[in-house]
Design a protein around this ligand. Sequence first.
Ligand code: NAP
Ligand code: MG
Length: 480
Amino acid sequence: MKILNYINGEFAEPISNEWIDCFEPATGKTYGRCPDSGAGDIDNAVNAANEAFLGWSNLSSADRAGFLNRIADGIEARSKEFAHSESIDTGKPLWLTSSVDIPRAIQNFRFFSAAATQFSSESHYTEGIGINYTLRRPLGAVACISPWNLPLYLFSWKIAPALAVGNCVVGKPSEITPLTAFLLSEISIEAGLPPGVLNIVHGKGSKSGESLINHAEIKAISFTGSTVVGKHIASTAAKTLQKTSLELGGKNPVVIFNDCDLETALEATLRSSFANQGQICLCGSRIYVQREIYDDFHQEFVNRTKKMSVGDPLESTSKLGALTSQAHLEKVLSYIQLARDEGGEILCGGNQVTPEGRCEDGWFVEPTVIEGLPIDCRTNQEEIFGPVVSIAPFDSETDALELANSTDYGLATVIWTANINRALSMAESIEAGIVWINGWMPRDLRTPFGGVKQSGVGREGGNEAMRFFTEPKNVFVQYK
Ligand code: NAP
Ligand code: MG
């Protein structure tokens, strides 16, 4: 399998003819290769985007919406192939890519297709003097850089709003999971998207990514990934005052009060802990349970965690698949060792898994629950991004709030309680961009999405994304 760049409406090999091996995490073997693109490839893509900008931005929003819908149709028509490819490339279960990743990517295009035709700007009447109206114009060529954990889901979450409001895009997916972005190039060609409107350049962050964020003609960077790289992008963009939207890491707390619906909280917390092997920025990795129900909850949680099957992502019985890269597997295992060194007790899991058969060389880890760690230890402060959670008791609402807010991150928080006053008051005081009360993961695409503190700057979703990808210009008309 040879993955190619998509530049100016055509497939292109990397100018340097340098390639990167692509791995199937479930087997640890390569399935193909993708371009190791460099500055020249990025330059071609940015030039193509600039050339296409005038035509694309001058289309009516209804015409742009039509293209986005045709892309959605194209993915939908090949959704089985997309779901299979995403599972092969990431190691996540096929049932998950079929039910979440690919349907959501389709929904992203459809949602922003509709948004294109409904986006409106403001006007402000200045009493007795005149009226202001705000124009919102697209920016030009913009960069969309996405991570490996939800490849097409997060890539399309950026591309769709950028295109909807009339920008042209240079996208760089993670080189660890390039496959569905490549299929998206095929779909874009089939949909008749004008050349240069969307360009997808594959390669390493340190090479193609660097060239992209340093390119003088890029007007904005929408980035989802780690906090370290996000900070680097912010400092690079500061040199030319490029706009940035940064969706970064998390260390999300799950706070469970003793008056909650225990069964619902248990099942949802299993998902919020281990869905996609814990490799979702919204996963809860620190579980705090009120002392009266701590023993019951944590015993049952551990029992159910032990029953979660880890194995071949293509088997419908596998609750967890493989971690997405060998480097990440080693990172997660090193954090489990660190937790032991920091005095944690591994209540279940803690080991690499070696399934029999075709997956014997895959990168699997048992779902792991750790108890007895101090709040300020590294295991409780740093993002692990794997199937590893810590669990601890708390006494009062004040304690819970202090624990929840005790890291540098602030992406998402889950609160489980039947007490509405407590839930709302905690939601107000929690340092996070997203709070779920008595649930985990329902997403309304109109809502602001993003984090505070070290979890990011800016918001995606609905109008927030449409506004990020446009520049407001206020026009004042004086009539007196
Ligand atoms: P990452 O290492 O920061 O990489 C993210 C993307 O940036 C990849 O495409 C990467 O390319 C690229 N990149 C790396 N260095 C770059 C540079 N110097 N210039 C330009 N681009 C560069 O993150 P990851 O390990 O892929 O993803 C996991 C992280 O994403 C976790 O921290 C997770 O919390 C975060 N995340 C956040 C959200 C959110 O919405 N807040 C959602 C999902 C994930 P290569 O992969 O090719 O190096
Ligand atoms: Mg892969």
